[in-house]
Design a protein. Structure first.
Length: 484
């Protein structure tokens, strides 16, 4: 260790702390490029380092952070003082679930660190893709590229020593045009994770130019299309909207801190109750969902969480029945106490913080739906009497407890008697969460399954923005209300 973390942690134990950990970030580099209509609209780049200390004293957390490596001892002392102050006002002492103590290292798969690619090369790439988007019908073009590279060291009083080096890249394309009624229509694209890498090598110009051509074609189809009918029919969700459906109505309501009421005042709660675990029919038996932080190529994979717990692949919903939650060392003990039994056997390894300056919270990893056995998109369409295929997340509205939802989409086309019909515009669908998943009729196979990433999931106060992924197949839900 290059800094006296172990010595400072041991001092906290001698002063009465029952547990403490420190997360040290010697380097974090991030940058963002925004191009609008071929012009570089914005550029930002930053680098920071620092450390954050958590202390558990008489069942109360204390936290302090600093970017000044000359204030290590003072910052550790401040974290302990904060814990002592909290302990005097504590109503329920915090206990942490047992964990296996790890000494290890995790490095995200990457051949070329995006943070090391010269900016002129990045700008040249954006210009090439922008040229592919500059076509008839397209009035506004937007390309966004964000890169991040972070090195983190983790140490705790139980003996864990973990190093994580994570590199990420988040590209985004967007175009807009106006239809015959003067309304703006859009098409957006954030490429799914391909292969097993998170490096600059995913930025293959031919692939992006091909996707740009598809976006332009689908936008022009939408501009000339009639409005989506308002009726009840089957909805066939493509992965680029199915991921958001899962994110908002499975991922967030299954975060255990929400279920226990900790996010009510900011990000909302959950309709799920502790008594639901092992009993609630969340969906049909075609629905199996897992929190899988072991995928290679997703930002929801990180090796070890910020409690020092190894990343896991845990079931949340099995054959439609709710069986698990997104959990940390702290919340599982409280939940078990309130349930009066040890339902949760330990942490699910999902405690993460967005920075050394923030404390870890339960955060989604890769909340993914297992592929089914209903074939390809074409197979599902062929077995659909009256439906609509929907793609893209245009806007959304979610109940405060995730009990209901409304999603608008960029692109859709009707299905009648197993055949593709015309494109329609201003598409949307809505429903109540449990009835919706209990209408799940078909789940595409592994050929339809892909990992969609989320670069901007917000939670906590102060707010923390986190990255994650969702592996999702094409899914069909029956008897769903559609329209604007």
């Amino acid at each position: 260790m290059t800094h006296p973390w172990k010595e400072e942690l041991n001092k906290l134990l001698l002063q009465g702390a029952s547990y403490a950990d420190v997360r040290y970030t010697p380097r974090e580099d991030s940058a963002a490029l925004v191009m609008r209509n071929g012009n570089l609209l914005a550029f930002s780049a930053g680098s920071e380092r620092g450390f954050g200390v958590r202390v558990l004293y008489q069942g109360a957390w204390g936290f302090a952070a600093s970017s000044d490596l000359g204030s290590i001892t003072a910052t550790f002392a401040r974290a302990l003082d904060n814990a002592k102050s909290t302990a005097r006002r504590l109503s329920r002492p915090i206990r942490l679930a047992d964990k296996q103590v790890h000494t290890g290292r995790f490095t995200s798969p990457c051949l070329v660190d995006p943070a090391q690619v010269p900016y002129d090369e990045q700008v040249a790439f954006l210009r090439r893709v922008d040229t592919a988007l500059q076509q008839t019908g397209v009035e506004q073009r937007m390309i966004f590229l964000r890169t991040q590279s972070r090195l983190t060291e983790y140490y705790d009083t139980q003996g864990a020593q973990i190093v994580k080096e994570i590199r990420e890249i988040f590209p985004y394309l967007g175009i807009q045009g106006r239809d015959g009624d003067g309304e703006t229509q859009s098409r957006r694209y954030s490429p799914p994770r391909l292969g097993s890498t998170r490096g600059w090598e995913i930025m293959q110009a031919d692939f992006f130019e091909e996707q740009a051509a598809r976006m332009v074609r689908e936008l022009n189809e939408t501009l000339a299309a009639p409005k989506c009918p308002s009726d009840v029919r089957s909805v066939i969700l493509m992965p680029d909207i199915m991921y958001l459906q899962v994110h908002e109505t499975i991922g967030h309501p299954l975060e255990l801190d929400r279920i226990l009421g900790y996010e009510l005042s900011y990000a909302g709660g959950s309709f799920v109750r502790l008594s639901d675990f092992g009993a609630l029919r969340y969906g049909t038996d075609k629905l199996t969902v897992r929190a899988d932080a072991t995928m290679e190529n997703s930002p929801g994979s990180f090796g070890y969480d910020d409690d020092g717990v190894e990343a896991q692949n845990n079931l949340l919903i099995k054959d439609g029945i709710l069986v698990g939650a997104i959990t940390s060392r702290q919340m599982v003990t409280e939940a078990n106490d309130k349930m009066g039994r040890e339902y949760f056997k330990g942490s699910g390894g999902t405690a993460r913080a967005s920075s050394f300056r923030r404390t870890p919270l339960e955060r989604m990893t890769n909340i993914s739906v297992d592929p089914g056995t209903d074939g390809t998109l074409e197979d599902i369409i062929a077995k659909t009497e009256k439906g609509i295929v929907l793609s893209g997340d245009k806007s959304w509205s979610i109940g405060s407890n995730r009990e209901q939802f409304h999603f608008a989409n960029h692109y859709g086309y009707l299905v009648e008697d197993g055949q593709k019909k015309g494109v329609v515009r201003s598409c949307a669908y809505s429903g109540e969460t449990l009835p919706f998943y209990n209408s799940l009729a078909m789940v595409g196979d592994e050929r339809t399954w892909q990992v969609e990433f989320v670069p901007n999931c917000g939670k906590g106060m102060p707010s923390q923005t986190m990255q994650l992924g969702h592996g999702v197949p094409v899914c069909r839900f029956d008897n769903v209300k559609v329209g604007e």
